[in-house]
Design a protein around this ligand. Structure first.
Ligand code: HAM
Length: 433
């Protein structure tokens, strides 16, 4: 029987050339997390289904890779890590808050596969537990912004920020009935044209007049601080505090120097049920790709899993859509697979010397390759080129008799003779280590 060699739909065979960019992106996210003091954790990839099914159902519940194991336990591959983290916080009552955690790992959802939406995918989650104030909201958003600044994509992305409670109260105070139903449609607003949006609202039982009002009210969008007056006017008395909070979020983001990337947008709702207030999502500025990351405040989720109430805020960074953005911006690959030095043996007789160089250079942290196949000069050089070697150190018998070796710069093609003992110093002076 012929075996199907394709990977499963929505899963990807990432060969080293491609993986190098993913790895680089993970490094940028990890480095940013560390700079902000987030600690890396490593929870399981399979969990009990109840972590997702016992709370209010949402978009993820239907997409789980769920199964019953041999012990008759109802298990799922983790579709998103937030409930796992809530479980971990609930379990360890000794943890002093704030707790700041990040990690990047695989998640699984049975989704319709599109550009930037896979069935097996990487997310980088950043969360702060135990802080109710806006400072934590601003810090997670600033951390996300820093990733895009480091990638030099900060002017190509837009962070759209909203507060679910604020939106709900605005809709209610304008006499809209069925606000909960309306908010589910608002969540899809960016994917629908106006008529489709109104139709969907009416399908959920809203009158045309109410649907049009929802459309108008959720159109509020712009730099946070510019929109505050408008928001204050539209928001009922009981949620003026949420408007104040949005204002201080705008001010704090300004202090972080990231406010230019952020906008308030009343059409952001998010599909996950556990968010209690702040919600945010990032998109490419042309709006072509699916969300680059998403997050928000979920002050009640931890409390649903036990007797400890811990407020929380965080987001998950999406690797697939960010890679798509890098491609769109002609910034892909971020990194090539490279070998620092290929040590070329002109003949079998110099193999000992070549291996000695390789060992010494590896001890300096360089990636070094030598011939494993007994190939000739030309084919070794060809291989070094294929492997993107920066330098080729040519070790030949005749050179060695003069106490010399040859260093070839693969970029320029230039060659220079070096004293046998000058190799390390030479590579150091050229910044290879
Ligand atoms: P989410 O909006 O479901 O939120 O996912 C966050 C991001 O992960 C999305 O914006 C997207 O970039 C990426 N993502 C989601 N699904 C896929 C997929 N099928 N393929 C590729 N990328 C995907 C959450 O998951 C929340 N747990 C985030 C969070 C953390 N909220 C608070 N803390």
């Amino acid at each position: 029987m012929a075996i199907n060699l394709e990977s499963l739909k929505g899963t990807y065979d990432r060969y080293p050339d491609e993986w190098a960019t993913w790895k680089k992106l993970m490094e940028v996210a990890g480095e940013t997390a560390e700079e902000f003091g987030f600690r890396e954790l490593n929870p399981p990839s399979i969990e009990r289904q109840e972590l997702w099914t016992e709370k209010e159902e949402d978009s993820v519940t239907d997409e789980m890779y769920a199964f019953t194991d041999k012990g008759d336990n109802k298990i799922t591959l983790v579709p998103e890590e937030t409930p796992t983290r809530a479980r971990l916080i609930q379990r360890r009552k000794d943890l002093k808050t704030p707790v700041k955690w990040y990690n990047t790992s695989k998640r699984w959802r049975y989704e319709d596969v599109t550009r930037g939406r896979d069935r097996e995918f990487f997310q980088g989650d950043f969360d702060i537990f135990g802080i109710e104030s806006v400072e934590a909201d601003a810090e997670v958003i600033a951390a996300a912004a820093t990733i895009y600044q480091k990638l030099d994509l900060d002017d190509r992305v837009r962070f759209l920020i909203n507060d679910r409670q604020l939106l709900e109260s605005i809709l209610e105070s304008h006499g809209i009935e069925k606000t909960e139903e309306a908010m589910k449609v608002v969540d899809d607003k960016e994917k629908l044209d106006r008529e489709e949006f109104l139709e969907d609202l009416m399908d959920r039982g809203l009158s045309r007049e109410d649907a049009e009002q929802v459309d108008e009210l959720t159109d509020i969008s712009g730099p946070i601080l510019d929109q505050i007056d408008d928001l204050r006017e539209k928001a009922p008395e009981e949620v003026q505090k949420s408007v104040d909070r949005m204002e201080s979020l705008g001010e704090t983001l300004e202090s972080y120097g990231v406010e230019y990337m952020c906008r308030i947008d009343l059409s952001i709702v998010r599909g996950l049920a556990y968010y209690t207030g702040l919600v945010f999502e990032a998109f490419d500025s042309e709006g072509e790709l699916r969300a680059l990351f998403g997050g928000g405040r979920y002050d009640e989720l931890v409390g649903q899993f036990g007797d400890r109430d811990v407020p929380a805020v965080g987001f998950a960074f999406g690797y697939s859509p960010t890679i798509e953005l890098l491609k769109k911006e002609d910034r892909y690959p971020l990194k090539d697979v490279e070998t620092d030095v290929y040590v070329l043996t002109v003949s079998e007789s110099v193999r000992d010397v070549a291996l000695d160089y390789a060992t010494k250079l590896r001890k300096k942290g360089l990636s070094v390759e030598t011939d494993l196949a007994g190939r000739g000069f030309g084919s070794q050089l060809g291989y070094a080129d294929d492997m993107n070697a920066k330098r080729v150190l040519i070790v030949g018998e005749r050179d060695l008799e003069n106490d010399e070796v040859t260093m070839k710069h693969m970029d320029s093609g230039e060659e220079e003779n070096l004293g046998r003992d000058e190799v390390l110093e030479h590579l150091r002076s050229e910044g290879l280590f």
